[in-house]
Ligand binder design. Structure first.
Ligand code: BG6
Length: 475
């Protein structure tokens, strides 16, 4: 791997602590960082290098997937990190950062390859990118890449404004838009799963598939993020990005067919029809894993009159020869019964209508989390003659399973954009979502409720029942 410097804006933030440093540390332990490598963390707090390294080591102890602290390895890793206190709004700070970086590069024999990771509030993306460019920080003599995290805009117009602001300073191919769902190993597996298994490839089409269900349910509520979440809701927070990326990944089964083409083929839903194709809902008080929890409107920091969706479900249809006529049902919600992300392909059962005793349907269940695995339900009769599901499960890799951020950070350092969201996909996703946001803003779609700890509102069951389908539930 090429020698490089990793410059982290937002170095004292929550994401850095929980995800970015632990991911870099795990890469370090696995020998997957460049041999010559520097980390420069930026933040406003007045740490010195020693104090900051101490703070990082504490985060590693708490958040690294590896159990048992390895003090020597942590100390060796922390020694790569320098901390630089800087206000990202102050142009002079960038001059000082440039000298610091040049000095560090010289000490370590780096060649000017620089990755800037902006783990900051989205309103700072454009201004920081511009200052990196103006200060000459992007001209280190090697490659320069910019990595950013969602939210990529609040709606279609603001997303376009964001990309325009970024692309003034950085060519689109140097901007890496992280969607951490694309870093989940089972999501990354989807393509090879289909491409390398003719038995699956042959049946994933409208001749054999009745419908496809994509679910990401969470048991957590709004946590300490009410300020952000109450303005976002499930549609913006999960659906526009993660869920539509999962749709693009599973539906692009034909060779030479890319994710952008999948998104382009989704039939648009206009504002006035939105209520026929989507369901939005909010959780009320209930019980999750035996614990009584308050409703969304009672959560600290939430506006008691809020109409924000904590659950969103939709039916999407694709204008595509392979998938025409197959509904893709997508749902995501907070405070549901289980924490699980999965894609369920429900196969048609041609015998069902003619034969009451027909065998159970076949399902292909891709469990993305927890416990990434594949469950292919075929019918096999056991000794008692009862049909039993056959399940295929890869060995559990436990703490050896890399985390999304590890795979993504390594790809960004290698310059491999495969598992990053492309700007065109992001824009197309917002285009699909925008009329629905408009419908919500104009109260053209009812806001349903569901008790915390349930599988969501009854209205979402009706959405499938209209087509003669039901949600596949495992919990
Ligand atoms: C984030 C959302 O993008 O994804 C959170 O902002 C959500 O609200 C999280 O909890 C879920 O991620 P994961 O990896 O735990 O499924």
């Amino acid at each position: 791997m090429q020698p490089s410097a990793f410059v982290l804006f937002g170095g004292t933030g929550d994401l850095a602590k929980r995800k970015i440093f632990p991911a870099l540390y795990n890469l370090f332990l696995d020998g997957k960082l460049p041999e010559r490598f520097a980390i420069v963390a930026l933040g406003r707090k007045p740490f010195n290098d020693e104090l900051f390294r101490q703070h990082v080591k504490e985060s590693l102890g708490r958040f690294s997937r590896r159990e048992g602290a390895n003090a020597a390895a942590m100390a060796e890793f922390a020694a790569c990190i320098q901390y630089h206190a800087m206000d990202a709004g102050d142009p002079q700070g960038y001059e000082r950062l440039r000298s610091l970086l040049e000095q560090r590069e010289e000490e370590l024999g780096l060649t000017g390859n620089r990755l800037f990771y902006l783990s900051v509030a989205p309103e700072h993306f454009g201004p920081i990118a511009a200052r990196i460019r103006q200060s000459g920080l992007a001209d280190g003599g090697g490659w320069t890449r910019l990595v950013i995290e969602k939210p990529f805009g609040h709606d279609l117009a603001s997303a376009r404004a964001l990309s325009a602001a970024l692309h003034v300073s950085f060519p689109p191919e140097d901007v890496y838009y992280i969607d951490h769902y694309l870093g989940k190993p089972m999501v990354q597996n989807l393509q090879s799963l289909i491409a390398s298994n003719p038995v699956l490839k042959a049946v994933l089409n409208n001749r054999y598939v009745a419908n496809v269900q994509i679910t990401a349910s969470e048991t957590v509520g709004v946590e300490e993020r009410a300020g952000y979440y109450d303005r976002a809701g499930a549609l913006r927070d999960m659906f526009q990005n993660h869920m539509l990326q999962l749709l693009m990944m599973i539906a692009r089964r034909a060779e030479g067919y890319d994710k952008r083409q999948v998104m382009e083929s989704v039939y648009p839903v206009n504002r006035d029809e939105a209520a026929n194709h989507v369901v939005r809902a909010q959780y009320t008080a209930g019980s999750v894993a035996g614990r009584t929890v308050p409703g969304y409107l009672q959560e600290p920091g939430v506006d008691p009159g809020s109409a924000t969706d904590t659950y969103f479900a939709a039916r999407l249809m694709l204008d595509d020869p392979i998938w025409r006529g197959v509904p893709f049902y997508i749902r995501t919600g907070k405070r549901m019964k289980e924490k699980a992300t999965k894609i369920v392909v429900v196969f048609k059962n041609p015998l069902e209508s003619r034969l009451p005793e027909a065998p159970a349907r076949n399902y292909l269940i891709v469990n993305i989390q927890p416990n990434p695995s594949l469950d292919f339900r075929l019918n096999l009769s056991g000794l008692d003659g009862e049909l039993q599901p056959l399940s295929l499960q890869p060995a559990n890799r436990g703490e050896e399973e890399p985390e999304a951020y590890e795979l993504l950070l390594r790809d960004a350092l290698l310059g491999d954009p495969t598992f990053f969201a492309k700007w065109e996909e992001i824009e197309l996703s917002w285009k699909w979502v925008q009329p629905i946001l408009d419908a919500f803003a104009n109260r053209l779609a009812p806001l349903h409720t569901y008790p915390a700890g349930s599988n969501g509102p009854a209205a979402a069951d009706h959405l499938l029942a209209e087509d003669g389908h039901v949600w596949f539930e495992t919990a």
